[in-house]
Design a protein around this ligand. Structure first.
Ligand code: BGC
Length: 920
């Protein structure tokens, strides 16, 4: 009754009073209206929207119900939080009655602002629980009785059932050993690809949940599923390795139906199901797919199909304890590309150029004769002569074969394979290649785009584009090193160096929450962390410094980016086990044993014929990461209130740093390796005492100068290079490195026409020849880690460790860099943050957007605070701004939420700029 009253009071408030305050963008476990949750206390988040300045939440109230009425009002509270005095609006844990498997819950929230005004109740959102317990599954695992184990055609499963009641709701829960596509009454269930995704299958196998209410009908219904080998048993890694998790594909599918009369039914896989094969003759992730349209069994997933020739499926007792709900976004189709050019190469091949190195496949439309075979081969680059080049794919064939049935216009695309490509070579196509018959489709995990970054320098904009496409091409359910050759593995080193950049471009929170669970699952009992996760390389392939540290670095980066302690709690044991492993392998706190990749792909002799090399002692690197991981563990222990651990590891860290000084620093303060990476790591991880740092930074700068303003760093040094230079007062040197156009540099590949980040600084040399084909991917995101510096320093958008996830925001752009404008934004859990500056005549304009329920320190680049204006008036007269004094060359203003437009005299900004500001 009370709620009803409140609801009507709220609704009767004339529109306008609270129009400035609204609550929206409700998320549960970081997803909008998710279904199939496994988390029993899901985290609820919302955003407070207001166009007024200085808006903050002072209290919230949440209601959760199983039965909303039409207006969204909730009658039977499962949980009413009551009014909670709190500014928390991100990941508030559900605290009501125990949530029940397969049940749907609706929720609403309202907030109070800092003037104690309540908002209206939000629109209702919902979440639906999955099947958390093995006993929630009545379906049985099914598989085929026998198969062609050489060709391994995709397997079809079907089952028809009759139900005569009206369906109120139905959810399909599906997983497989292998990859699946499923159908009801001829319609595809959902639009996800390569499901169930890739996890450490023997320990964790994800199932997906789909709302299939609209696919069912009264009467006969047919469920079908097609299985391909996928990661489960297809080729993975090298030397023809396959069957990583087993030899047998299997399907587990259950539909939970609720009828309008309140009764329920469960349809599941069992021995009544039948199996056969169809047109998908073979499919392998690396090698591609063969589809023979003549072998299609038309309508096999519909009720009228005659399946008398089909075999009975066998049931099997595969472990259901390893089943877990899916927390990350599934892989979906995204951008499509039509041919940019259709060309004939000097070698006479017909090749389509899609203009973008992308990951996905090409959809082909063709008309031809029965049995005619169309072959599509995929490549990232053309060689110096302009010929189709596939040597760098190593053993991966990346080839799709389509055999026509001859029945009119036919359309093909693969089901269980993807390719990394910009160019496609077509053979066997009858008639001219017309652009409308070939569409390249990009596939990647369906993460929301969160960041944007642009400047007045088009080369830098292309670099940002390449970083984003490196991410899109390699975030296919797991973070992979590359998407094209016979590798595509979850290399831990690559993932950690890129993780913070990734969190600017896209919402990667759930992506990493999921993958980090596999890191923990595949961690050895002694704490060592694999080179790749899921680990298909074996127990000896573990423990490399900078790779294994993904165990500590990624949870920490995700905590900073999203402000949620849950990932720290989830990973704490794993983080600690990794640090303890290093300790066990150390003698007197010096870790100088074991195999390490080192500063992978650094600049080395022969790369440029100058006889110099940037080799960094691998154990020096190991000691730096030992310290860094220990520091992150201390930070985490402190946040999670593990005071004993924090004290223990703080002592250990001091010993690790002492051991570093004894072993790797000469009496005159030189590092035994004089490379950029050595200085960068020692400085970034605070390995040196305060008094030695300035001198070390000078040596780093000298080194950069000795290479004529070029970097020489590999995978491990690159992410921190420009950060260290900026921190020690050499932002100008950092900008020179960023803007450097000759090899080795970030812009060299851009000048060579790259559309993604390359694995090597010189994947293609200035004379257009290639680096060694055994190791030359053109889509490898690691060096794209500069994106983090571009967002955090060039655009100046950052958060604070004490208030992570952008609850407190730092806006501190580096003005200059020969830009006339820089504009960046980031969609945070609270809303959009913008930092933009531009030159307009004699004025520098700085536009800043700070979302409600956050605060910011805005750094204004001027020697003279008297000339700062906001919204056309002197800033002191403007609401929401408090002067916090000067820092470096900036005036610091503390600001509440709102949109701000500052103007500063260009001359005054120029005085503090790093490199010149260009006129617009
Ligand atoms: C991968 C890398 C990985 C490396 C280990 C390569 O084959 O492509 O990116 O980190 O091996 O050093």
């Amino acid at each position: 009754m009370k709620q009803i009253l409140l609801y009507f009071i709220a609704c009767s408030i004339p529109f306008g009073i609270y129009a400035q305050l609204a609550v929206s963008n409700l998320k549960c476990e970081n997803l909008t209206n998710p279904i199939g949750l496994g988390e029993m206390s899901p985290g609820l988040s919302w955003q407070m929207l207001s166009d007024k300045r200085n808006m903050a939440q002072t209290a919230y109230e949440i209601k959760v119900s199983a039965r909303p009425d039409k207006k969204g009002f909730i009658e039977d509270e499962i949980w009413g939080s009551g009014k909670v005095i709190s500014n928390q609006s991100v990941q508030v844990s559900y605290g009501g009655k125990p949530l029940i498997a397969n049940h749907k819950y609706f929720w609403q929230v309202r907030v109070w602002d800092n003037n104690n005004n309540p908002s209206l109740w939000s629109e209702p959102a919902f979440f639906q629980m999955g099947l958390p317990k093995p006993s929630d599954w009545q379906a049985q695992w099914i598989q085929v009785a026998a198969e062609d184990n050489v060709q391994r055609p995709a397997q079809l499963f079907r089952h028809t059932f009759i139900q005569n009641k009206k369906v109120a709701s139905a959810t399909a829960y599906i997983t497989a050993q292998g990859m699946y596509e499923a159908f009801i009454n001829g319609k595809r269930i959902g639009d996800a690809y390569f499901t169930p995704g890739w996890t450490s299958y023997n320990k964790r196998l994800q199932y997906q949940a789909y709302n299939v209410t609209d696919l069912l009908k009264t009467g006969s219904n047919t469920v079908g599923a097609m299985l391909g080998s996928g990661w489960y048993r297809g080729n993975l890694a090298w030397g023809g390795n396959r069957d990583s998790y087993g030899k047998t594909l299997a399907l587990l599918l259950q539909i939970n139906i609720t009828f309008t009369d309140g009764s329920t039914a469960i349809i599941g896989t069992n021995s009544d199901w039948k199996t056969s094969v169809g047109e998908v003759q073979s499919s392998e992730i690396y090698h591609g797919e063969t589809i023979d349209a003549r072998k299609e069994q038309p309508g096999w997933y519909t009720a009228t199909f005659n399946d008398t020739g089909w075999q009975k499926a066998l049931t099997e007792n595969y472990d259901k304890n390893r089943l877990v709900s899916t927390v990350n976004e599934p892989i979906k189709k995204h951008e499509t590309f039509t041919p940019l050019k259709i060309l004939v190469t000097p070698a006479g091949d017909q090749v389509i150029d899609f203009g973008q190195n992308l990951v996905g496949f090409v959809k082909v439309t063709a008309k031809g004769k029965d049995g005619q075979k169309i072959t599509l081969q995929h490549a990232e680059v053309l060689d110096k002569q302009g010929n189709f080049y596939t040597d760098n794919l190593r053993a991966a064939k990346q080839q799709n074969d389509y055999i026509l049935s001859g029945n009119g216009v036919e359309t093909f695309e693969p089901h269980f394979s993807w390719q990394g490509f910009r160019y496609v070579k077509v053979t066997g196509y009858a008639g001219a290649l017309l652009p409308e018959n070939f569409t390249a489709v990009a596939l990647y995990s369906d993460m929301a785009s969160t960041g944007s970054f642009s400047t007045s320098n088009q080369l830098i904009n292309q670099l940002q584009h390449n970083i984003e496409w490196g991410q899109k091409g390699n975030f296919l359910d797991v973070p992979t090193d590359c998407p094209q050759r016979d590798e595509r593995l979850g290399w831990t080193g690559d993932a950690q160096v890129f993780s913070r950049t990734a969190a600017f471009n896209m919402d990667v929170q759930n992506f990493f929450i999921k993958w980090m669970q596999d890191v923990a699952a595949d961690q050895l009992a002694n704490g060592s962390v694999p080179f790749v996760v899921p680990n298909v390389l074996g127990e000896n392939s573990t423990g490399s410094a900078g790779w294994a540290d993904a165990a500590t670095i990624i949870p920490w980066n995700m905590y900073l980016a999203y402000g949620d302690k849950k990932i720290l709690k989830q990973q704490y044991a794993s983080m600690k086990a990794w640090v303890d492993f290093m300790k066990t392998k150390s003698v007197q706190n010096l870790w100088n044993t074991g195999f390490h990749f080192g500063d992978w792909l650094f600049y080395r002799p022969g790369d440029d014929n100058d006889g110099r090399s940037a080799i960094t002692d691998k154990y020096l690197i190991a000691q730096c990461f030992f310290a860094h991981s220990t520091q992150l563990l201390i930070n985490t222990a402190t946040i999670l209130n593990h005071a004993d651990d924090a004290a223990l590891y703080t002592q250990q860290l001091a010993d690790i740093k002492k051991a570093f000084l004894t072993e790797y620093i000469t009496a005159s303060g030189r590092l035994v390796s004089g490379s950029q990476t050595a200085y960068v790591l020692a400085l970034n991880f605070d390995m040196l005492p305060e008094k030695m740092r300035a001198q070390a930074a000078e040596r780093l700068v000298e080194n950069v100068k000795s290479y004529n303003g070029h970097l020489t760093t590999g995978f491990l040094g690159t992410p921190y290079l420009c950060h260290v230079l900026t921190r020690f007062g050499y932002a100008d040197v950092a900008f020179k490195l960023l803007l450097q156009e000759t090899y080795p540099s970030w812009l060299y590949p851009v000048k060579m026409g790259a559309t993604t980040i390359w694995e090597r600084w010189d994947g293609q040399k200035p004379d257009s020849t290639f680096q060694t084909p055994g190791m030359n991917s053109f889509n490898h995101y690691a060096y794209g880690a500069i994106g983090d510096w571009m967002y955090r320093e060039v655009a100046g958008i950052d958060t604070y460790t004490e208030a992570p996830g952008y609850k407190k925001i730092r806006i501190k752009p580096l003005i200059g860099g020969n830009f006339s404008y820089v504009k960046a934004s980031l969609k945070t859990a609270y809303g959009k943050v913008t930092s933009a500056w531009k030159i307009l005549g004699d004025t520098m304009v700085m536009e800043v957007e700070i979302p409600a329920n956050t605060t910011a320190n805005i750094y204004l680049p001027t020697a003279n605070q008297g000339n700062i204006k906001e919204g056309g008036a002197l800033y002191v007269s403007r609401p929401g701004l408090v002067n916090k004094g000067r820092e470096d060359n900036y005036v610091v203003l503390e600001a509440g939420s709102g949109s701000y437009r500052f103007t500063i005299d260009k001359q005054a900004a120029q005085q503090v700029a790093v490199l010149a500001i260009l006129p617009q």
